[in-house]
Design a protein around this ligand. Structure first.
Ligand code: ZN
Length: 411
């Protein structure tokens, strides 16, 4: 671990900060939270720890909407990618590779947490594989990471049936156990494409959610009319279960290849059920049309998904990179639309994750990132490197610098 919490005998004041809403303010930190926010003015320096934010943008910490802390190979020599034409083939290839990984989830996931925290990510939703080979072993390791790195990130865990639920008998019971032992949400995976039973798969997922009063986040790669049908089924079940605002679908590639009529009725069903869509701006194939979904009232948020793992070798966990990639892939150019790209890495996933006290206002958590950018649009386009990051009111990275003094001890 190579983070330093810079010693600050007194609470800092962030002076002359440009907020994401366009105001110039002074932000007074009080302990772990924002104490006061005043229009930028003259602050007497006596007795204060001032952080000069003039010319800089101050944002609430980035929110990573979808990552796999247990899968990453970060820190290992590159493991050659094994191509697979279908999701099922990729799952098999991943299992072969993970059996001989020379480092634990704790080591690999820990490296990834440190990396994303340095980029300014303060909140994470991670999916964790649950299957009959792993049991709950990865969950237990990620739970330990969650505790170990509480000073850097807040972690929300999805119990993810990467090998399906019905085609891997025993997984339902494991998911149930995971939700009783620390997982926050229940996941799902291609009810048709993997389990070949839309009704059965969704019934299992929603039963677990209701039993544990948990949210849902389903990986859906199924494309075309089939994927559109599954999305409408998820929306209908969300309404019936009263889970509006607590359900997300990750990827939802189908939204990118439906005809206008099918897209319209699918987006309407998602909006009315409060089902959010996560995208990572995939490098190929169809993807959800972000701006059309926004117009339809559907919340779209960003996530990195796989980072340096068996699924693909790309990614670094920087949410500004991710916001840029989504904008680039969708040809998002207008000023207000570029701002939406920034929102997809901040306020929108914060809403989906149900984060309390997210923002820059009195009483909010002092989880902030200071960027050398003149606007949110510039932040997306420039992705400035030298960031200052505060977690719970303490500076953990200053102008991109981390020291070798351990914060939580190393592995
Ligand atoms: Zn994923």
């Amino acid at each position: 671990m190579n983070f330093q919490q810079y010693d600050m005998p007194i609470d800092p004041v962030l002076c002359g900060a440009l907020t994401i809403s366009g105001d110039f303010v002074d932000i007074f930190i009080r302990g772990t939270h924002v104490g006061e926010v005043r229009p930028s003015g003259h602050i007497a320096p006596e007795g204060r720890h001032l952080i000069d934010c003039r010319g800089k943008l101050v944002s609430p910490s980035f929110v990573e909407g979808h990552i796999h802390l247990d899968k990453t190979h970060l820190g290992l020599a590159l493991i050659p990618h094994v191509a697979g034409g279908t999701v099922t083939q990729r799952i098999s290839a991943e299992k072969e590779i993970r059996r001989r990984l020379p480092a634990s989830v704790a080591e690999r996931g820990g490296r990834l947490i440190e990396q994303i925290a340095a980029f300014g990510t303060g909140f994470v939703r991670t999916h964790v594989d649950i299957d009959t080979e792993l049991g709950l072993s990865s969950l237990h390791e990620v739970l330990r990471l969650k505790e170990r790195y509480v000073d850097l990130v807040d972690i929300q865990i999805v119990a993810f049936p990467q090998s399906g639920i019905l085609r891997d008998p025993g997984t339902f019971e494991l998911l149930n156990e995971a939700l009783a032992n620390g997982a926050d949400l229940v996941g799902g995976l291609d009810p048709a494409g993997i389990d070949d039973d839309i009704e059965g798969h969704l019934a299992a997922v929603f039963a677990l959610a209701e039993r544990h009063d948990a949210g849902i986040d389903i990986h859906l790669h199924d494309t075309g009319a089939l994927g559109g049908f599954e999305l409408r089924q998820i929306a209908a079940r969300t309404k019936a279960a009263g889970l509006q605002g607590k359900v997300a679908v990750s990827h939802a590639y189908a939204l990118g290849d439906l005809c206008d009529h099918e897209f319209g009725r699918t987006a309407e069903s998602l909006a009315s059920a409060g089902v959010a869509i996560m995208t990572n701006g995939p490098g190929t194939g169809s993807m959800p049309p972000v701006l059309e979904l926004r117009s339809a009232g559907v919340t779209v948020f960003a996530g990195s998904d796989n980072i340096r793992d068996a699924w693909w070798p790309y990614g670094n966990g920087d949410m500004l990179d991710r916001a840029m990639m989504i904008g680039y892939r969708q040809n998002i150019c207008a000023k207000e639309d570029l701002a939406y790209c920034f929102d997809m890495a901040t306020t929108l996933p914060a809403r989906v994750l149900g984060l309390d006290g997210y923002g820059i206002a009195p009483g909010c958590k002092a989880d902030l990132v200071i960027l050398a950018s003149a606007s949110v649009q510039d932040a997306v386009l420039d992705r400035p490197v030298a960031r200052t990051v505060l977690k719970s009111g303490r500076v953990i990275v200053e102008s991109g610098r981390r020291s070798s003094r351990p914060l939580a001890g190393g592995y």
